[in-house]
Design a protein around this ligand. Structure first.
Ligand code: GAF
Length: 394
């Protein structure tokens, strides 16, 4: 059986209850917002190379409730599972801004970063409670969902111009400056712009997105959490990014988006084996992503699935960001009849796989993956969902 997870209204009810218990002196929350995590269907490690990605927003969301206060300072409490301690932080918005510097607990860094990069200054003091159904460190962008949800919360407290792209960029900046991850634009983008029933083909150079309909009742998008925790703050993600930049610069280009396989082959010796393999993954993955989006538009699921598996193999062998557990889950999924394709999703080194399959094959796929996997997986049957939004208060 796939896991059931609370929807946005169940999370909202929980957050409101907690708010009342934590802040009995305050009036009930006047603001409630949510922002989704994402799963990337294909186009991995291409966003910071100005390439294409094809993610969709998830029904797994982070919810923030709260409101302005006449009391001093800002207090934020998280009820998100697995958040590190302490779960309550107090911040001072006036003065030298030192309380917004990154530190511990780690979950609060995303919030501090967003406050720092929020584009309408002079926020009022506030109280807020955060809760989430996006698994932390599961490769489903729990961090982007927290950043975008919190930014959306601030927009309700002290409105900015409401423009969506600057919001995406500010949240990405928050991740760079406060979480120390030099991430691309994909996660924050789809958490803001995601649409129900659609994946988004995002051109990470022009920042234009083309919706790709994905609402076939005969088709299921199954996410499997390996429950191997991933952390992108280690050296691997920045190292991959640097290797790509070195490859592009050795070829006289701004990014690998403009490099062809013929050019790469020709420069192979000059680049050295590791840099060549990293760049080859990116150049081929960009092309695969465009082809996959076309295939999805045509309903050519077999072709899409084949490209997913090629993507996984490339991430495993050329980019070297997979791990034994993810490989096991992908192999197991591909043994089940009715499965079109499966691959690791997100930054890698643990986290989740995404599998595209016929609806009738879901139970068997879950059973088989459980049996074949050496760890304890969690399964989510998901559908493409809306991006950040306000929630109605009761
Ligand atoms: C992480 C990053 F945050 C994204 O920007 C992207 O690079 C992804 O890893 C890999 O495709 O989620």
């Amino acid at each position: 059986m796939a896991s059931s997870f609370p929807d946005a209204s169940a999370l909202l009810a929980d957050a409101l209850l907690r708010f009342g218990q934590l802040f009995p002196e305050e009036p009930p929350p006047q603001v409630a917002v949510c922002a989704p995590g994402r799963v990337n269907l294909i186009g991995e490690h291409t966003d910071y190379n100005q390439g294409f990605v094809l993610p969709m927003a998830l029904p797994l969301v982070t919810v923030v409730v709260g409101g302005p206060t006449s009391a001093p300072g800002v207090t934020i409490v998280t009820a998100a599972q697995d958040a590190d301690e302490p779960r309550r932080v107090e911040l001072i918005l006036t003065g030298d801004g030192s309380s917004l510097s990154p530190g511990l607990p780690r979950w609060a860094n995303y919030v501090k970063g967003v406050i720092q990069h929020y584009r309408a200054p002079a926020l009022p003091n506030f109280r807020a409670v955060v809760t989430s159904s996006v698994p932390l460190g599961g490769g489903l962008s729990s961090s982007a969902s927290l950043e975008v949800a919190f930014y959306s919360f601030l927009q309700k407290l002290k409105p900015d111009d409401g423009e969506k792209l600057p919001k995406v960029l500010a949240c990405q900046q928050a991740e760079h400056t406060h979480a120390g991850v030099p991430c691309g634009i994909m996660d924050q983008f789809v958490s803001v712009f995601g649409r129900e029933g659609q994946a988004l083909l995002i051109d990470c150079r022009s920042l234009e997105a083309t919706p790709v309909p994905l609402a076939d009742p005969g088709l299921v998008i199954l996410i499997t959490n390996s429950n191997v925790k991933h952390s992108l703050t280690g050296s691997e993600y920045p190292t991959r990014r640097r290797q790509c930049e070195e490859a592009a610069s050795a070829l006289g280009r701004d990014s690998l988006r403009d490099v062809t396989m013929a050019e790469l082959q020709e420069a192979r010796e000059r680049l050295g084996d590791v840099t060549y393999r990293r760049a080859r993954h990116v150049v081929e993955e960009i092309e695969r992503t465009v082809q996959a989006a076309e295939a999805l538009k045509r309903g050519a699921y077999q072709e899409f699935g084949r490209l997913m598996v090629e993507s996984h193999n490339s991430l495993r062998d050329l980019y070297e960001v997979s791990c034994r557990e993810l490989d096991e889950l992908v192999s197991a999924a591909m043994e089940v009849e009715g499965v079109f394709g499966s691959r690791m999703t997100g930054g890698g080194f643990g986290g989740c796989t995404v599998t595209l399959l016929q609806a009738h094959a879901v139970d068997e796929a879950i059973r088989h993956m459980k049996e074949r996997y050496s760890g304890t997986p969690t399964f989510y049957v998901t559908t493409p969902s809306d991006g950040a939004r306000g929630l109605n208060l009761p």
